[in-house]
Design a protein around this ligand. Structure first.
Ligand code: DHB
Ligand code: FE
Length: 281
């Protein structure tokens, strides 16, 4: 059966993609942020996952306010990058894993989740920045990727508890897939940030760190919060925590936190990064 070997949370701020394009990783502004990625890449290089299941949000590229699936799953053999214009260079396409995608779809529908199935979909910075960060110089082309999107743009959005349960169902699907392949799960976006309106620029380090602590020790405690609670504490885009919760839901039982970083702000956003390893074999 397929195995989930670990979970990673990472930001998807477009400015990070631009910084990589311009080789600004060692500049004072970006140095602390980028410091966490070499050890994570080292772990990925040692463990060699075959597949990355990537929870992201489509910020308006394919799913805008007029058509907004709550949960959608990529079932395509390939995903082209078509970021919506933050200045990141386009990158080569990402390879899909259609067999596992369809297995997850079937399992979800059997278990009362009904995602939108996307056989032809482009991905934005929500997917490409994390992939480029974790597998730089286009080495993400050596793994297969399943992008799974959660609505973080238009209300009503799925409750945090629902995104967590969605992740749990996907974790179960991966674990019952008849394959010997290794899977890493990625929760992208977050943490506290708000990009527009009177509260633009809001950050909340105390709440961010509480969320990171609980993601390790007791993720269900985070589920007491509604999306409005998250917005009050961490700004309108704090709802991107949905992807972190889905990632953590995939991993059954306790986890060991192998690596963590927190740098705030980069651009407008508090950047949290964690590498979590399942304790259960
Ligand atoms: C920024 C953060 C995001 O989550 C995003 O999608 C776009 C921009 C930012 O902080 O610049
Ligand atoms: Fe975002």
């Amino acid at each position: 059966m397929a195995k989930i070997i670990g979970g990673i949370t990472t930001s998807h701020i477009p400015a990070i993609g631009v910084a990589m394009d311009k080789q600004l990783e060692e500049t004072p502004y970006f140095r602390d942020l980028f410091a966490i990625y070499p050890p994570i890449r080292e772990w990925l290089g040692e463990e060699k996952p075959d597949i990355a299941v990537l929870f992201y949000n489509d910020h308006g590229l394919e799913m805008w306010l007029d058509k907004k699936p709550t949960f959608a799953i990529g079932c395509a053999p390939e995903y082209q990058n078509a970021d919506e214009g933050w200045g990141i260079k386009p990158i080569p396409p990402v390879t899909g894993e259609t067999e596992l995608s369809w297995h997850i779809v079937n399992h979800l529908i059997e278990n009362d989740f009904d995602p939108t199935v996307c056989q032809d979909i482009k991905v934005d910075h929500g997917a490409t920045v994390p992939l480029t960060l974790l597998w730089p110089n286009f080495t993400y082309q050596g793994i297969k990727v399943i992008p799974i999107s959660i609505n973080c743009e238009r209300h009503p959005m799925p409750k945090p508890s629902r995104s967590y349960a969605f992740g749990q169902a996907i974790g179960d699907a991966i674990r019952c897939w008849d394959s010997e392949q290794k899977v890493v799960v990625l929760g992208t976006g977050g943490l506290s940030h708000q990009l527009d309106g009177p509260r633009a620029g809001i950050l909340n380090a105390d709440f961010d760190n509480w969320c990171m602590d609980k993601l390790v020790s007791n993720p269900e405690e985070i589920l007491q919060f509604s999306n409005v609670d998250l917005i009050e504490r961490g700004g309108a885009q704090m709802v991107e925590l949905a992807m972190w919760l889905a990632m953590r839901g995939c991993i059954k039982g306790e986890v060991e936190e192998k690596l963590r970083n927190y740098v705030s702000p980069i651009s407008n956003t508090a950047v949290g990064v964690q590498l979590l390893l399942p304790k259960e074999a």
